[in-house]
Ligand binder design. Structure first.
Ligand SMILES: [Mn+2]
Length: 422
């Protein structure tokens, strides 16, 4: 409300989503709403009234013994008032009756127009209701501002409380990747390894992966968003796993790539150590005062030199960078913000178009890769090798803390863990 200065913000949580007929997807609240409230139930709206007498108003489902017998506990407005620290709370069934009164007289409306047509229609209805009373002196907001721009800046820098949850999520995911390495063997199905990941997530209290797990053996690793996870693992192939749990709303995001058999071939090891060196170069650039793109530039420099050494690209490092020929083997960026959303809120450039400066508390992934599809001009021993190595970094006062380092990563570390089977 301080950041708003004046005006009123309307922030609904996410709707429930039907999976099929009368079954729902597991409910996931909206991240902006949750960031501001900590409230996890569906059918809830937060209204923030800024100005000289600021107040927060939560609308939520009423207590309902019949529904609670069928579907489970609800806080109800009184319970929410006591538990979540809002100033006022009302049943969501009274929203249309009370919202216009909260908006009336406020100079600007903070609302995310266009993200949900049903909400747009509803909010427009409240404004029109107020406009109809203009001749009786009711003032209608003249300005519309996207509330996300304000909250994004806040979400970008994690508090110690948030970091504590993110460390715990990272540790669970790191353990899951170690277990996946121990479980992998020729003949196992990709989904069996996915089951190991989910087992470890759930056993530690995570209720969902943070995003669809990628468990990609052999050539499947060259499909960047492969999620079929239904192929058998073959001796001699690599297995790429990109998976992380969500804990108390916060995502973790780890990728590891390892040999199905437990031992890297010479060609696999060459490319793996190249990607690992690129990641190390990127990690060294994650520090306050550096800008967002420095880790990507550092990783790219290492990868391009390696691609030339291994005969994948031709020319000088400068010419390969200039021409973009490297994109055939490395076509994505080296990271993204991480938080309540796996690709978290927050800008990457300033309003002036400069890369954002890194600050303590920011949390990002660092994930270079290399993907080689078969082609006549590509050395055959590299065909169908897809490698990505991804960790989660928290910017500290003088560098960064890698919160996912418990997941084995060096060639020796991976081969060692894979000698232990479960
Ligand atoms: Mn990622």
């Amino acid at each position: 409300m301080q950041r708003m200065g004046s005006g009123v913000a309307v922030i609904p949580t996410a709707p429930e989503a039907t999976r099929n007929r009368d079954s729902h997807y597991p409910y996931r609240f909206d991240s902006y709403f949750y960031y501001l409230t900590g409230f996890q139930e569906p059918e809830a709206v937060l209204i923030l009234c800024a100005g000289p007498e600021p107040k927060s108003v939560l609308f939520c489902r009423d207590k309902d013994m019949e529904r609670e017998i069928w579907d489970g506990f609800r806080y109800g407005p009184q319970g929410a008032l006591e538990k979540f620290g809002v100033d006022e709370a009302y049943p969501v069934s009274r929203l249309d009756e009370l919202a216009p009164g909260l908006i009336a007289g406020q100079p600007q409306l903070f609302y995310t127009l266009g993200s949900d047509p049903a909400w747009d229609h509803r909010v427009t209805g409240w404004l029109n209701q107020l406009r109809a009373q203009a001749r009786s002196g009711v003032a209608v907001p003249r300005a519309l501002t996207d509330i996300r721009a304000l909250v994004d800046d806040m979400r970008l820098v994690k508090s110690p409380y948030e970091l504590g949850i993110m460390r715990a999520a990272a540790n669970i995911s790191a353990e899951a990747h170690g277990n996946a390495m121990r479980a992998a063997k020729p003949g196992a199905m990709e989904y069996e390894i996915e089951a190991e990941l989910l087992h470890t997530f759930y056993r530690h209290g995570s209720r969902s992966p943070a995003y669809a797990s990628i468990v990609a053996g052999g050539a499947n690793a060259c499909v960047l968003h492969y999620v079929a996870n239904d192929a058998p693992l073959r001796d001699g192939d690599l297995l790429l796993i990109d998976a992380g749990c969500e804990l108390e709303g916060y995502a973790s995001d780890i990728t590891r790539t390892f040999p199905v058999s437990g031992k890297f071939s010479a060609a696999q090891k060459d490319l793996y150590e190249l990607v690992l060196a690129a990641q190390q170069a990127a990690i060294e650039k994650i520090r306050p005062g550096g800008h967002w793109n420095e880790p990507h530039e550092a990783a790219l420099d290492v990868l391009i030199r390696g691609f030339i050494d291994f005969g994948l690209c031709k020319g000088s490092p400068e010419s390969v960078l200039e021409s973009g020929d490297y994109r055939r083997f490395y076509m994505h960026r080296t990271g993204h913000w991480l938080g309540l959303d796996v690709h978290d809120a927050g800008e990457y450039k300033t309003a002036a178009g400069e890369w954002l400066q890194l600050e303590p508390g920011m949390t990002l992934t660092v994930e270079p890769g290399c993907y080689v599809r078969p082609a006549d001009d590509v050395p055959e021993h590299f065909w169908n090798i897809g490698i990505r190595i991804e960790d989660d970094a928290h910017v500290t006062a003088d560098g960064c803390e890698i919160i996912t380092s418990a997941a084995p990563k060096t060639v020796a570390g991976i081969e060692d863990v894979m000698r232990q089977s479960i």
